[in-house]
Design a protein. Structure first.
Length: 161
């Protein structure tokens, strides 16, 4: 696999993952948005839906949603394996996903962030045979995270592969 695409950053808009356990944040201008855990980060990065609003899960503003998407884009894919949004001990589906995950298939993308994985999926390197070999190493949470930071056009290009 080729190296990860170069990241372009603005001095005004930055995002980062805190070194503190289970604390995520992004800064837009002078405002810092903090997300206490992975579950909250994923919920706030989701495009606006009325059901999420009614459940109190949606980002309160568009700016908060963008900040969550920025923090999610910088999240290492491996973090989604280390910290499942639903605890392994209490959920059979999570246990099935974690126990069935093919770590060998994952090794080619293990170094990527969610944003890097999105960029790679849009690249010419992500061919049907390569994706078929990679599929057992991609969890539903990884696919969902990529979808939360992708445009509809990006999703259509990825699906066509």
């Amino acid at each position: 696999m080729a190296k990860e695409p170069r990241k372009v950053r603005s001095a005004i808009i930055r995002s980062a993952i805190s070194l503190e356990p289970a604390m995520y944040h992004a800064t837009i201008g002078a405002r810092r948005f903090t997300f206490p855990d992975l579950k909250t980060l994923l919920a706030k990065a989701t495009p606006l839906r009325s059901g999420d609003q009614l459940a109190g899960l949606a980002a309160e503003t568009g700016e908060e949603r963008v900040a969550a998407q920025m923090a999610l884009a910088d999240l290492p894919l491996d973090r989604l394996l280390q910290e499942p949004p639903v605890p392994y001990e209490t959920d059979e589906v999570t246990r099935l996903i974690v126990d069935g995950h093919d770590r060998q298939a994952f090794t080619d993308i293990a170094h990527l962030t969610v944003g890097g994985f999105r960029d790679w999926l849009l690249s010419d390197e992500a061919t049907t045979p390569v994706l078929a070999a990679l599929a057992p190493g991609v969890t539903p949470e990884m696919a969902a995270a990529v979808s939360k930071i992708s445009r509809l056009q990006d999703l259509m290009v990825m699906a066509a592969k």
